[in-house]
Design a protein around this ligand. Structure first.
Ligand code: ATP
Length: 317
């Protein structure tokens, strides 16, 4: 278990992490989400004692990182996949880590096998692709067979096969009862991997909720309608007690999965429909809305008018 209480980090005027309080529990994958610059890496570095909090506290099973004996056997982390000595082979990189932490050489072979690098174990890490580098970093995290694992953006730059592999690995590690804490800036990725979500923006906690609750609250089903007989349809739907909202671009929207009912009413009244399509709001859209005000680095605004995404008033658990 990882417990953060009022964790805060300032760099001069910049507040990178702002009064974060949450707990990362064992047996599940906890996704740590936030836009670029939200403070995810800084938080992870403080958990590992690589950065000192300005105020607040973070403990791993009740202890500070520097009080943990043989830390590699307690908490394993992938923070930066490029943090290897490029001139060393994958095997030697892991062997150095193992020897300095009292871990047997047999374990190096095991983790190389787990991450699928056995065939290239004697090759120098500097020749590795991004995906191979990520696998080597993950092997390092697994080396001490720790009960707590932390991965900072592990799927960055990976191909679909690599992403699929990491997703399954996280779930397997959690199913073994380990604490798995993984950061990402992609909601769609977390929706497939995480059981619990912690969302931050500009260092502040925006949501701490189960994935199931997040999906329930944000996967809104609605029906999109276009008709050349707009006023007549509005009257008919109003009489049937169905609430309609403007969706922009001449379209209408009705909350819920009422497409059949709307189609039948339109047919009964001889109203022509040009579109009657059931829709599902995307979780990515809900996440972007949740973090919209805290995004630090914006691209230039799109010139296409966009309907305000649903979830604008979502405040989280
Ligand atoms: N050593 C530092 N000195 C000054 N500012 C820093 C330092 N480290 C991080 N920051 C700032 O703190 C904020 C949080 O950075 P951090 O890297 O933790 O965010 P992140 O959520 O991991 O972002 P990303 O997804 O882009 O990696 C950013 O504004 C960053 O510029």
């Amino acid at each position: 278990m990882i417990e953060l209480v009022g964790l805060t980090k300032r760099y001069g005027e910049k507040v990178a992490v702002n009064d974060l309080t949450f707990t990362v529990r064992p047996g599940i994958v906890t996704g740590f989400l936030g836009p670029n610059g939200a403070g995810k890496s800084t938080t992870m570095r403080m958990i590992l004692g690589l950065d000192h909090p300005t105020s607040g506290d973070v403990r791993i099973d009740g202890k500070h990182y520097d009080q943990v004996k043989d830390p590699l056997t307690y908490i394993g982390a992938l923070l930066d996949a490029k943090a290897t000595h490029g001139g060393r082979s994958a095997f030697n990189h892991l062997l150095c880590l193992a020897q300095s932490n009292g871990i047997p050489t047999s374990r190096v072979h095991e983790v190389l096998d787990t991450v699928g690098l056995t065939a290239v174990a004697r090759k120098k890490a500097k020749g590795f692709s991004l995906g191979m580098g990520q696998r080597l970093g993950i092997a390092g995290a697994l080396l001490g067979d720790p009960r707590i694992l932390m991965f900072d953006e592990p799927v960055n730059g990976l191909d679909p096969e690599g992403i699929h592999w990491i997703r399954n690995l996280m779930k397997t590690l959690a199913a073994q009862g380990r604490t798995v804490f993984v950061s990402s800036h992609l909601m769609s990725e977390m929706a497939l991997t995480a059981d619990h979500l912690v969302v931050i923006g500009q260092g502040r906690l925006l949501a701490d909720t189960t994935m199931a609750d997040f999906i329930r609250q944000n996967s809104r089903a609605y029906v999109r309608i276009r008709t050349p007989q707009r006023e007549r349809l509005l009257d008919v739907l109003h009489q049937a007690g169905i609430t309609v909202v403007e969706a922009g671009g001449g379209a209408l929207e009705v909350e819920g999965g009422k497409a059949e009912k709307i189609g039948e009413l339109a047919a009964q009244h001889g109203i022509v429909l040009h579109e009657l399509s059931p829709q599902q709001a995307s979780l990515e859209e809900a996440f972007m809305q949740l973090t919209a005000e805290s995004v630090e680095y914006h691209a230039h605004a799109d010139t296409t008018p966009v309907q305000q995404a649903w979830g604008a008033d979502w405040k989280g658990a």
